[in-house]
Design a protein around this ligand. Structure first.
Ligand SMILES: NC(=O)c1ccc[n+]([C@@H]2O[C@H](COP(=O)([O-])OP(=O)(O)OC[C@H]3O[C@@H](n4cnc5c(N)ncnc54)[C@H](O)[C@@H]3O)[C@@H](O)[C@H]2O)c1
Length: 323
């Protein structure tokens, strides 16, 4: 197959590209990134990197007409962006998605759209079922712009599906693994990794009782591959996650134990990190029945094993990068 991955130089896209190339597919990624997580694939005869934006319609048209399947991953991701640059989040995630879907619709190409557990907002109806309620705060709270942008993307998916576009919506739940963000930035695991490496205290926001279900990237990629190949997935929203619910405080304790670090834990008020434009989500747990039944994927990598592999990878990187 010929597969286009928008945002394919990022964390999940790079792992998906590896898996597609390993099974013999041709892969093109379209990304604006200078920090390429697929650098190791440059030079592969079936791999191509196009450095441009999903907002560039002409480029998107050319690449979509070349491919058989589109994974649309390009997005502005990360809480620091939701509260720091909501315009970029809305522009890329809404207008970029609209461009990709419109071009794919005209070319008759299937699209898998990477949505997010953020769409559920702070709903208390756990586990979150795909057709469950979404509960969001005021539009004056910037943190909701990402959730809203992904929900608009989903609405566009279903609007085009109604007109005949084959589309699958995946809602990812806290994916982690090698090549997650740089240490100290981005998501909670990479922030904790940076603090562990420096022997600094791990900063847990609030009381640390908020929970997440972290998903090892290999499991995410298996579900993502299946979504592109399963007819029954078309026209559906499918949660992609794990069912191991863990508090952020327990995650911090586990990472300290697994790394053998002497770091301690410090609790900080959320306003001191993200200002007033942030609200935390108390529990985030997916209902995985559709993922298991339609995609036939069950998470296989335990949190302990996944964290060990992630720690080892980041340690390898810091040794390689050291003078
Ligand atoms: N990692 C998770 O836990 C998670 C959870 C829910 C949803 N998602 C979604 O999955 C997708 C991939 O996430 P990720 O974790 O790999 O994030 P990531 O930030 O590593 O990857 C996103 C990529 O999109 C690229 N991008 C941004 N603007 C672009 C533009 N205008 N044109 C082309 N490319 C652009 C970025 O450069 C980046 O490489 C995203 O759509 C994200 O919203 C991820």
């Amino acid at each position: 197959m010929k597969v286009l991955i928008t945002g394919g130089a990022g964390f999940i896209g790079s792992h998906l590209a590896d898996a597609l190339l390993a099974r013999g597919d041709e892969v093109t990624i379209l990304d604006v990134a200078s920090d390429l997580k697929v650098r190791h694939q440059l030079g592969h005869p079936k791999f191509r990197y196009v450095r441009d934006s999903v907002l560039n319609r002409e480029i998107v048209e050319g690449l979509v007409s070349w491919c058989d399947l589109v994974y649309h991953f390009a997005a502005v991701v990360g809480v620091e962006h939701y509260v720091g640059d909501p315009y970029q989040v809305l522009n890329v995630n809404v207008n970029g998605t609209q461009t990709v879907l419109n071009v794919a619709f005209k070319a008759g190409k299937k699209v898998v759209f990477s949505s997010s557990s953020e769409v559920y907002g702070r709903s208390l109806e756990v586990p979150f079922t795909e057709d469950g309620e979404r509960v969001l705060g005021s539009t004056r709270i910037d943190r909701w712009c990402y959730s809203t942008s992904k929900a608009v993307g989903e609405h566009f998916c279903f609007a085009y599906h109604k007109m005949g576009l084959p589309v699958v919506v995946l809602r990812y739940f806290n994916v982690y693994g090698p090549r997650l963000d740089r240490m100290d930035v981005g998501r909670v695991i990479s922030i904790f990794l940076g603090q562990l490496t420096r022997g600094a205290p791990l900063t847990v926001i609030g009381n640390g009782e908020q929970t997440r279900c972290f998903t090892y990237v290999e499991d995410t990629v298996r579900a993502t591959l299946a979504s592109g190949a399963t007819d029954e997935a078309v026209g559906r929203i499918i949660n992609v996650g794990s069912d191991r619910e863990v508090s952020i405080r327990s995650l911090a304790e586990m990472m300290i134990r697994l790394s053998g670090s002497r770091s301690t834990i410090t609790f900080v008020p959320q306003e001191s990190i993200y200002g007033e434009s942030y609200e935390d989500i108390p529990r985030r747990v997916p209902d995985l029945r559709l993922m298991k039944r339609v995609l036939r994927v069950t998470p296989q990598v335990s949190l302990e094993e996944g964290l060990k592999r992630t720690l080892d990878w980041f340690r390898g990187q810091s040794v390689e990068g050291s003078p």
